[in-house]
Design a protein around this ligand. Structure first.
Ligand code: UT7
Length: 341
């Protein structure tokens, strides 16, 4: 049985920091950041905001959207959840408790199982497929909330201009449920096909090195900078262009469709140049890709659900549209979904 995205939500911190704002603090410029990445600004969470706070806001929005349609309260919609998955690289706490458990408690989703997914910027795509599988395997489970949420700016080395200009904070949520739509014909909708991939040999290229069991902080050690993201930009860039082209080709081939059948591609928003390079290689016009990186920068696992909610709420996704998501990032991981909206 197919699973459809029945509702969406998003949360973005109020504080908006432009490239010019950054250029006052570090050796960079609006011109460099825009021309190398397409980023114009990023939203940064206040010091008391954690990953679960943004995730909760996005979750509540998705539940309110569903509740309104169903004529019940958001609290009742929360009680209808069977599963909560949170994709994040920047959880409230490392190891335990999962951020998903924090959301489960704060939503009062008493019937829902909860766990986190660590798959870098591909986390939401892994999350959708994991949720679809867990719903499919049990007749009792009907609804899952899949959330991507990140506070990346707290794990950013603000002395490294090569990475600190790239990241922003945000969250996006999608309510996935067993569809009541017919399995075939023009009314068909839902998650059609997913590709998931990983290349652990590239793990070193995008890594939070300190703070885990491999390199813990030691008692008495002076911590000059907190755990932060180290990235070999060129290596990840090359992986990303190959991943985006490979996933588009594979999804089209496996589904026996052409790019003309796709209404919109929603890629992970890491760098507009990655998308442009992949589009050029495949001869896909730029307007086929949705980009909001200019406003939000790279929000890792949040970027795709955040984009989906923006598109959904602005009426840019019509029922029956075939859309493609593509993710790539830390792990290294990559993946993509084909979804009939
Ligand atoms: O979401 C997870 C996946 N992540 C990605 O997909 C990121 C993939 N990588 C990239 O998007 C790009 O590699 C970056 C945007 C990170 C870097 O772009 P680049 O064109 O590869 O730049 P670069 O690192 O090769 O640096 C080029 C120059 C260097 O100066 P020199 O050595 O040529 O004099 C850097 O020092 O640009 C300099 N530079 C900067 N200058 C001004 C690097 N960062 C900055 C900066 N402002 N912020």
């Amino acid at each position: 049985m197919a699973m459809e995205i029945a509702a969406t939500g998003r949360a973005v911190p109020e504080q908006r920091v432009t490239n010019d704002d950054l250029a006052k603090r570090i050796d960079t410029s609006d011109e460099w950041i825009r021309s190398h990445t397409g980023i114009g600004s990023r939203h940064i969470a206040g010091e008391h905001t954690a990953c679960s706070d943004l995730a909760l806001e996005a979750a509540k929005q998705a539940l309110s959207m569903a509740a309104e349609r169903e004529g019940r309260t958001p609290e009742a919609a929360a009680l209808s959840l069977d599963l909560i998955l949170v994709a994040t690289a920047t959880p409230d706490h490392y190891g335990t408790p999962s951020t998903a458990c924090l959301i489960q408690g704060r939503l009062g989703a008493a019937e829902a199982a909860a766990m986190d997914i660590t798959a870098g910027c591909t986390g939401f795509i892994y999350g959708l497929e994991a949720a679809a599988g867990l719903l499919a395997i049990s007749g009792a489970r009907k609804r899952a909330l899949v959330i991507g949420s990140e506070i990346l700016t707290r794990f950013t080395n603000w002395d490294d201009r090569g990475t600190c200009v790239l990241f922003g904070d945000g969250a996006g949520a999608a309510l996935l449920e067993k569809t009541t739509a017919p399995a075939e014909g023009p009314e068909k909708r839902g998650l059609l096909r997913t590709i998931l991939g990983a290349d652990g040999s590239g793990a070193e290229h995008l890594i939070i090195r300190r703070g885990g069991s491999r390199l813990p902080y030691k008692p008495g050690e002076t911590v000059d900078i907190p755990p932060h993201i180290d990235m070999n930009g060129q290596a990840v860039y090359n992986f990303a262009v190959k991943a985006v082209t490979g996933i588009i080709e594979k999804l089209l081939r496996e589904e026996k469709i052409t790019i003309d059948d796709i209404s919109l591609i929603v890629p992970h928003q890491a760098n507009a140049r990655i998308v442009q390079a992949a589009g050029k290689r495949l001869g896909i016009p730029e307007k086929k890709f949705f980009l909001n990186i200019e406003e939000y920068a790279n929000t890792s696992s949040a970027s795709i659900p955040l984009a989906l909610d923006e598109l959904n709420r602005s009426g840019k996704l019509r029922r029956g549209d075939l859309i493609m998501t593509i993710g790539f990032g830390g792990g290294l991981t990559c993946g993509g979904n084909l979804i009939i909206w």
